[in-house]
Design a protein around this ligand. Structure first.
Ligand code: GAL
Length: 656
């Protein structure tokens, strides 16, 4: 496991490079990431390349045994290129070009951009191929599913539709264009969705547009990857991602790449409301699940954040160390902090790095030094991995479709996933967050919230899992849409009716109104947002509405199907319900529970196939005490313990 930092030599005086490398080496930094925004320094004028400074930087770091993650610099084409080829600038949903001078404004579909990108990338990669100091390549920076509507993108979108559907008539049919005289008589009439409110646009068109933008990003990644591979056969390749509004389909994005890397900025404000999701362990599990293997954090919270928004509070004492270790125990083999030193200039001068503008050691720096020391003692975790009995399915298509058509006040797809994640975490379980198309055979319990848009392979995957003895939980809005994002003339949950042994006789999008459900054991729970009123076929009621118009009608059902069990949760509850359900599911499927975990205590168990290490992380601003089920050996303190006393954001790791 390694700690690194993101470094911008082009922003600092040359005299600082060596000093920085020297301090980093003493601190225990093993890697620097360089170059993702440096195109104008690498090619100041067309065809004039300057790699001298980069040679020097890589050389300096390497002398201090610090490796380099080199980036292709295509996020920020130089202004001479925008000036020469303004047609490569992205066009927004309002039909106007985005203004340059900031970053990320290139259209990744533009052939001109692609040509210039290939040229600079080839020069760069050729120069450093075989250089032992280069540890990995990062493609561009935080690629999104760009909603560019330039002429090239429009043309490509039309080609994409024709390739998918065959003809304009078939597009009309698939998109249901008889509504509002939306029928195309020629492909040239197809336009991407505009900036007008999504509510007025065709959801089928919007979902295809999202799919097209994901494919475009994937195509750009594949193309860049090929360029790298042509010149450099060995060094692993990644790109760094985050959870933005236009989230690309992570599974497609990373398919051709060697590993996933994630930009991890956990919020530093601890919410007063315990119902508010706080642990970002969900995001870390999501990233590990993209390729089902350990990943990197390419950017990690290092100080107060602020640039497009006013500054956030600084990370509290313990957070710099705690959140890096939290990422590591959830699968991050390497954590790179953003950034070594806070910028003096530019829009992000208030997005703080480890060091402040003053460049003198501060509280965060000292904690960072301690982190590097701690990580150097964790070699025992090298090569360990996480094995989970529980999976939560994340569908990029469902996520996109719910963004296109929000269902009811307060109903958010991600929140449903997080609610289940929090509930199982409360009992100390390992949880994978994986694609609905992942191999589910290794799990005992699969949570599949709101599988909203039909996909044959996914439906079959879920049935197969239950037929083979698995326990699945489906939730409201499952099976609501066909593959084109149109509604289906059938009772919900359509394709899953047989599996859950129940159907939705009526639904009520209650939004912020509150209702009560009562489970089979007489426990009551508050629910809101959505009420499916179930008609049971072969299923039994697990919980019924206990007030309002739907009193005594089933809200949650349980059905035995072949050798497995299928639950259907037709409403959205608070954490107490999910914890109760998680507890029952774990009991029924024989998944061990850790009882008595204090609020905020997160547990991850890692194994090397022989030994198991349990990592306890106190993700709260209060000290926590917890008795261990039996005396265990702490890897952190090299001491036997029968109880843990953890300071805020402190971690202990014990051998099972
Ligand atoms: C990331 C981005 C970095 C920097 C950071 C802080 O999203 O990749 O370049 O901008 O946020 O704002």
């Amino acid at each position: 496991m390694k700690i690194g930092v993101d470094y911008y030599p082009e922003q600092w005086d040359r005299a600082l490079w060596e000093k920085d490398a020297e301090v980093m080496a003493r601190t225990g930094v093993k890697l620097v990431r360089i170059g993702e925004f440096a195109w104008s320094r690498l090619e100041p004028r067309e065809g004039e390349y300057d790699f001298g400074w980069l040679d020097e930087v890589i050389g300096i770091f390497s002398r201090y045994t610090i490796g380099t993650v080199l980036c292709t610099p295509t996020n920020c084409p130089p202004l001479w290129l925008y000036e020469k080829h303004p047609e490569m600038i992205q066009v927004g949903g309002d039909g106007r070009q985005i203004r340059t001078g900031i970053r990320g404004h290139r259209c990744i579909n533009s052939p001109v951009f692609r040509e210039y990108a290939k040229k600079i990338n080839t020069q760069l990669i050729r120069r450093y191929a075989g250089n032992k100091a280069v540890a990995a390549w990062q493609i561009d920076n935080e690629l999104e599913a760009y909603l560019c509507t330039c002429e090239v993108c429009r043309g490509k979108f039309r080609e994409w539709l024709i390739e998918k559907y065959g003809s304009v008539e078939c597009i009309n049919q698939a998109h249901g264009n008889s509504v509002w005289s939306g029928e195309y008589s020629s492909i040239t009439q197809v336009q991407p969705p505009t900036d007008y409110p999504k509510a007025w646009q065709n959801p089928a068109l919007c979902l295809d547009w999202y799919r097209f933008t994901c494919d475009s990003t994937e195509d750009f990644v594949r193309d860049t990857m090929m360029t790298i591979r042509m010149e450099d056969a060995k060094v692993p390749i990644t790109t760094n991602t985050w959870l933005c509004e236009n989230t690309p389909d992570f599974y497609k994005l990373f398919e051709p790449l060697d590993f996933v890397s994630y930009d991890n900025y956990p919020p530093v404000r601890i919410p007063d409301d315990p119902e508010e999701f706080y642990s970002h362990a969900f995001h870390l599990d999501l990233m590990r699940g993209v390729k089902n293997k350990n990943f990197w954090v390419m950017e990690q919270l290092s100080g107060a954040t602020g640039s497009w928004a006013p500054m956030s509070p600084a990370p509290k004492p313990g957070m710099i160390m705690g959140y890096a270790l939290q990422a590591m125990v959830h699968g991050a083999d390497t954590v790179m902090h953003f950034r070594w030193r806070t910028a003096l200039t530019g829009a992000e001068m208030h997005w703080h790095g480890i060091l402040d503008h003053s460049n003198t050691p501060n509280r965060r720096f000292l904690e960072f030094c301690e982190l590097c020391r701690r990580v150097s003692q964790l070699g025992i975790l090298d090569g360990t991995y996480i094995q989970s009995d529980i999976a939560i399915l994340y569908s990029p298509e469902a996520d996109a479709a719910f963004k296109i058509q929000p269902q009811t006040e307060g109903f958010y797809y991600f929140q449903q996933l997080k609610a289940f994640h929090a509930a199982f975490s409360h009992f100390g379980a390992n949880i994978d967050v994986v694609s609905p198309e992942a191999d589910l055979s290794r799990y005992k319990v699969v949570i599949a919230p709101s599988l909203y848009v039909y996909k044959k392979s996914v439906t079959e995957n879920i049935y197969r899992f239950v037929v083979n003895g698995g326990t699945v939980v489906l939730t409201a809005r499952s099976g609501a849409k066909d593959e084109n994002n149109n509604c289906i003339m059938d009772t919900l949950p359509t394709v899953f009716k047989e599996l859950v042994g129940a159907e939705v006789s009526e639904y009520d999008p209650i939004g912020s109104e509150k209702r009560i459900i009562r489970d089979f054991a007489g426990n009551e729970f508050e629910c809101s947002q959505w009420c499916d009123i179930l008609k049971l076929n072969t299923a039994r009621a697990y919980a019924e509405y206990n007030d309002g118009d739907h009193r005594c009608m089933p809200a949650v059902s349980m059905n035995r199907y072949c050798s497995g069990v299928a639950y259907y949760v037709g409403t959205v509850c608070k954490s107490d319900f999910y914890e109760s359900l998680a507890s029952n599911l774990m009991m029924q499927t024989g998944i061990p529970k850790l009882k008595g975990l204090p609020r905020g205590m997160e547990v991850t168990t890692r194994t090397n196939g022989r030994d198991e290490y349990i990592c306890f992380f106190n993700n709260s601003d209060k000290p926590a005490v917890m008795p261990l089920p039996k005396p265990m050996f702490s890897v952190i303190n090299s001491a036997g313990k029968d109880r843990l006393e953890l300071k805020p954001f402190e971690m202990d790791i014990v051998k099972k």
